[in-house]
Design a protein around this ligand. Sequence first.
Ligand SMILES: Cc1cccc(C(=O)O)c1OC(=O)C1CC1
Ligand SMILES: [Zn+2]
Length: 317
Amino acid sequence: ISGTVVTGSGTGVLGDSKTFKTFSTADGYYMFDGTRGNGIYTYDGRNQTRIPGSLWLDADNRFNTTYDRAAVDAHTYAAWTYDYFRNVHNRNSYDNAGAELVSTVHYGRSYNNAGWTGSQMIYGDGDGYNFRAFSGSLDVVAHELTHAVTDFSADLIYQNESGAINESMSDIFGTLTEYHFNNNPDWLMGEDIYTPGTPGDALRSMADPTLAGDPDHYSKRYTGTQDNGGVHINSGIGNKMAYLLANGGTHYGVKVNGIGNDKVGKVMYRTLTQYLTPTSNYSHFRASAVRAATDLYGASSAEVASVKQAFSAVGVY
Ligand SMILES: Cc1cccc(C(=O)O)c1OC(=O)C1CC1
Ligand SMILES: [Zn+2]
């Protein structure tokens, strides 16, 4: 279809106003952003589970109905996450070749999940009690897109320790993206869409994984078969490591000197894209992060020392 890139405006899941790129055609305005990579496309799942659904079309380029809100945030936050990986890590979309970013909102009925299907993002509306529409949280959108980056780099197998590292990387870059845009940033995951009736809680806390019953030390790792061998449980070990590496602190008697968010982003991005492999476990995660930090800052640098301290603090050697 022929048309022109224009700027649309609308209301997000939290009632906030934002603008984003749309495509003006004879049919109306599509949620297609032609300014980033091979394009960002947002679809309407129409509360069915057929994907991708229909490309979002609006009559007047103003997206202010309640039904529009999930699409506004999925489209906007996909663009922001694209910009984070492009501008901060020089990566052009998840495949580093400009791959189209495809999202489907209103997926299923009261669906309390979000995910990366292997080729696109899907966002449920939530049941309105346990969750609000999942695209309403920037850290969630960046979490899902990071799964795509991981699949096209380390390709960490989504089970047991490699799966926990896969999950932790998604939480890490979800949080770093939130800080990059200063979007009410914190080391919580999904706080904006989790239990709308209960302020201040979240799906997970990276600062204190034990709040969700997840381990904050390797000695406390889950070794059962639930959750693909605890990928959303043992991610707490990597999450606590990253939190300490960025902010510093003493954990189980081990002191960590913080290096700040930006350096954590550089070390973790290089670790993910240059050293981790599909079968990496936590011990290999430590070795890989030490190598990445050594490449970036030198073997005798404070940054390398902090990486070792952070992994030691969570019992990984
Ligand atoms: C809510 C949810 C359910 C199942 C898998 C995921 C998944 O993407 O791993 C998921 O999304 C998250 O964890 C995002 C960060 C809040
Ligand atoms: Zn995930």
